[in-house]
Design a protein around this ligand. Structure first.
Ligand code: SF4
Length: 258
């Protein structure tokens, strides 16, 4: 070894010797804050717990299905667009007359916006909804031969269609699972049950897709929506009547057995 090389070797410890550095000389990790520990605790992803949660949901809502009335994929697509910021019950009041007046995508594509608006006014945000429905109908005619496409990538090209609507149409009309429907109920319950910390629905969906078995994606979202409507309601969840209570550590529980 030359004198220069010997000097360098003395200054820079090899990787091997760095690995052998005793633990007590390593910098200590800062202690976790109470808030961080609370957050860690909030995520409860033990597979056995998830399995039990799914079992109880299915037992409580064995026939859970989409509450939007429809007789084909196009009608479901329209009803789902109308259901934004509106109850399914209200949408179901509006759609019979709407589909009588415009029975096909072609009829919607040829209708004026005010004519569509007039029929859907009571669902709220009717200017935007009419634009979306009209745009989706036109795109269906021009790009998909008048038929609702059966992939998420194609559905997302339709005006007014985001992943939630895409998942509803794929799951309910075609029995295809490309994702999990994340609506306001699924979002709220997923937080309360410690299944995700994400706020953005797309991230929530990704978290749920990781922890829920794929063959339960469709039924899981229906069950969560039913549970969110009937028991785990937004303001005052009915925890005393909840089948998931012993599995739930939500901070805003109204009653707790543990
Ligand atoms: S125990 Fe309460 S907060 Fe938890 S899922 Fe049931 S209703 Fe919702």
């Amino acid at each position: 070894m030359t004198a220069m090389a010997a000097k360098k070797a003395a200054k820079k410890p090899s990787k091997k010797s760095a690995k052998r550095t005793p633990a007590k000389t390593q910098p200590k990790k800062p202690p976790r804050s109470a808030a961080a520990m609370k957050k860690d605790k909030a995520l409860e992803l033990d597979p056995k717990r998830i399995e039990e949660l799914l079992r109880r949901l299915q037992a409580a809502y064995p026939d859970a299905e989409c509450a939007l009335h429809h007789s084909n994929a196009w009608e479901l697509l329209v009803a789902t667009i109308l259901s934004a910021q509106c109850t399914d019950a209200r949408v179901n009041m509006v759609t019979p007359a709407l589909f009588r007046k415009f029975p096909t995508p072609k009829a919607f594509a040829e209708a004026s916006l005010p004519a569509i608006e007039e029929e859907i006014r009571s669902t709220g945000f009717y200017h935007n909804k009419a634009k979306s429905i009209s745009g989706a109908a036109k795109k269906l005619i021009s790009d998909f031969g008048g038929k609702v496409p059966e992939t998420m990538a194609e559905l997302l090209t339709l005006p007014g269609v985001a992943r939630k609507t895409g998942n509803v149409v794929l799951g309910v009309a075609f029995g295809k699972t490309e994702g999990v429907v994340v609506d306001t109920h699924v979002l709220r319950l997923s937080h309360r049950l410690g299944l995700t910390r994400a706020e953005d629905p797309k991230r929530v969906e990704e978290d749920l897709m990781r922890i829920i078995p794929r063959d339960r994606w469709i039924s899981f979202s229906h069950e969560m929506i039913h549970h969110g409507r009937q028991v785990c309601i937004a303001r005052k969840p009915k925890c005393v009547d909840c089948t998931l209570e012993t599995l739930c550590n939500a901070p805003d529980k109204t009653w707790s057995s543990h």
